[in-house]
Design a protein around this ligand. Structure first.
Ligand SMILES: [Zn+2]
Length: 256
């Protein structure tokens, strides 16, 4: 019996030396998420409190998680205010750039109000998606959950998975911030399905003061022509932060 015990202990000790060193994602806190910090309250020996000090990796990890569930592609994660080319472009593009920047700056003050949303409308290729992505990336870094919904692809995905329709719509209704990209793209009129679901999403967000970011080639008047109830809600939500980019081909950076 003793012999067996000896052999077991021998085995486990050799195992230990062969064990690979533990790998941590964060070397500062060894993935504990922080450390206990002793704070003396006076110079008496037992007069202290232990405080939990959070490691910076907790925040990094949260941003990573938010980024992961945002549906924002790697390419779009690179879009920032800094790498937006505003110089030498028409005034209205500069206005769009400034409006998006103001919105990002004021977001935390206005997010719970009725007029908490941003719309960049009009000409294709004018940089609307880039600017709205810059807002998304800014907010994600501040710990705000953003959900990206490209109109055409998003609805195709929903239609391909109708058994999860309710869950998906609820996600879009309740996301902290929802970015609807290229609303009404692809056809003159939305399908009945698109019209019904987009109203359910926007109306929920309208009633609950949840922000939306919208890009569309349509103006508010155009959206109202297609769906007045939807257009008027979007107009109210985006009243303070709305730019319509009109004009000719010179607005399109893809052609320059
Ligand atoms: Zn850490």
């Amino acid at each position: 019996m003793d012999e067996i015990r000896q052999r077991v202990s021998l085995l486990s000790s050799t195992n230990k030396t062969e064990q690979e060193p533990e790998i941590h994602r964060c070397n500062k806190c060894k993935d504990l998420g922080g450390r206990i910090q002793r704070v003396a309250l006076s110079d008496k020996p037992f007069d202290y409190i232990d405080k939990w000090e959070e490691c910076s990796c907790v925040r990094d990890r949260m941003v990573e998680r938010l980024m992961g569930s945002s549906k924002i592609t790697e390419e779009f994660q690179q879009k920032t205010f800094r790498n937006f080319e505003a110089e030498g472009r028409p005034d209205v593009i500069t206005t769009a750039y400034k409006t998006a920047g103001e919105y990002a700056k004021n977001f935390f003050e206005i997010r719970k109000t009725r007029k908490n949303s941003l719309a960049l409308l009009g000409r294709p290729g004018s940089g609307k998606t880039h600017l709205l992505m810059a807002v998304c990336n800014y907010l994600l870094k501040k710990g705000v959950g953003v959900h990206y919904f490209p109109w055409v692809e998003g609805f195709n995905e929903i239609k391909d998975n109708l058994d999860t329709l309710d869950t998906r719509i609820r996600q879009l209704q309740q996301a902290e911030v929802l970015f609807i990209d290229d609303m009404y793209k692809g056809r003159q009129k939305p399908t009945d399905f698109q019209a019904e679901q987009s109203f359910a999403i926007i109306n929920y967000r309208y009633l609950n003061n949840l922000p939306v970011l919208i890009s569309s080639e349509q103006t508010i008047a155009g959206i109202c022509e297609i769906d007045e109830a939807l257009g008027s809600r979007i107009n109210e939500m985006c009243r303070d932060y709305k730019v319509v980019i009109q004009g000719g081909i010179e607005m399109n950076y893809r052609l320059q």
